[in-house]
Design a protein around this ligand. Structure first.
Ligand SMILES: Nc1nc2c(ncn2[C@@H]2O[C@H](COP(=O)(O)OP(=O)(O)OP(=O)(O)O)[C@@H](O)[C@H]2O)c(=O)[nH]1
Ligand SMILES: [Mg+2]
Length: 293
């Protein structure tokens, strides 16, 4: 008898949810950055061990909504948590347990889904500090287990995955046996380009950028052509993304192309254009079309 189910990841922004999903899937399905609110959509990453398939649902970090975009992200988190077979609450060992974590923990305990806690980034703290955080984490949820892990380094990840696997219900696999993610190729490539931009920009700009892949043409052997639009919200942001003498957009292109070539397994010709779309973050119709639902 096979088993399979969904594990939804809840936690504040930047605690390492996407890093964990990539580590467990064994492939980069979600982009990662040190800026909060990197993840905007639910991304399902598939892990299989023997007769058990775990579908990890990577989610946006939980934060107070500021506009239509962040309101949709918050709604998505709630929706995915309700439909999951288990919830994984991720904490940041370096920051300890704060009011934001308590808020999320309280919301999770009021639901029907079993909760497991992961304390991530243990590589960043002393043993004594870790003991204190583990104690605080245990006090969040009576009855749930707490796993210290390093999503980046890998320590503790195997034990946590084994624990999650044991929570999965009996039933058929939910994804094809060799599937890694439910994300379209266009979206994955757009996200990798956005990651290259986030890593090179500051303050509000990472939040104001969206990337849309308009075309992937892989018809010529050994070379794929990818055409993408970078949206920003103002002319000054456009100026920053392009940079003096186009230096910034060139650096973004070089970094993104490397990632795209890795995913597509061939040489990539990448064409990037920057467009101003004022207030795209408040445009409900546009957010629908972007798949941010
Ligand atoms: N030192 C250390 N850094 C980590 C670890 N896991 C994640 N990080 C870093 O933490 C930062 C945030 O990681 P993400 O995986 O993007 O965090 P997230 O929770 O998905 O963030 P949002 O999508 O914004 O909610 C990145 O710079 C990661 O490299 C870890 O185990 N140790
Ligand atoms: Mg993320």
């Amino acid at each position: 008898m096979t088993r399979g189910g969904f594990v939804a990841l809840a936690g504040r922004p930047n605690v390492g949810k996407s890093t964990f999903v990539n580590a467990v899937v064994g492939e980069k399905v979600a982009i990662v950055s040190d800026r909060p609110q990197t993840t905007r959509r639910a991304i399902r990453g598939v892990h299989r061990s023997g007769d058990c398939q775990i579908v990890l649902v990577d989610l946006p970090g939980v934060q107070r909504p500021r506009d239509a975009l962040t309101a949709r992200m918050a709604r998505r988190v709630q929706h995915e948590l309700e439909g999951a077979d288990a919830a994984l609450l991720m904490l940041n060992a370096e920051q300890g347990v704060g009011p934001g974590d308590r808020f999320i923990a309280a919301a999770l305990t009021s639901g029907q889904v079993p909760v497991t806690i992961a304390v991530n980034k243990v590589d960043r703290v002393s043993r004594a500090a870790l003991m204190a955080v583990l104690q605080d984490a245990a006090e969040l949820q009576a009855g749930s287990e707490v796993f210290p892990i390093s999503a980046r380094g890998g320590s503790g990840v195997g034990e946590l995955v084994e624990h999650l696997a044991a929570l999965m219900p009996e039933g058929p696999f939910l994804f094809a046996a060799d599937a890694r993610s439910d994300q379209s190729r266009e979206l994955l490539l757009a996200e990798l380009i956005r990651e290259a931009i986030i890593k090179r920009t500051f303050q509000e700009l990472p939040h104001a950028v969206e990337v849309v892949v308009e075309e992937i043409d892989a018809s010529r052997g050994g070379l794929a052509s990818v055409r993408a639009l970078i949206w920003v919200e103002s002319d000054s942001q456009k100026g920053i993304v392009i940079g003096a003498r186009g230096r910034m957009i060139k650096a973004i292109g070089v970094a993104a192309r490397r990632e795209l070539q890795r995913v597509l397994g061939c040489q990539v010709h990448l064409e990037l254009a920057v467009r101003v779309r004022r207030d795209w973050r408040s445009d409900e119709g546009l957010l629908d079309r972007l798949g941010i639902t």
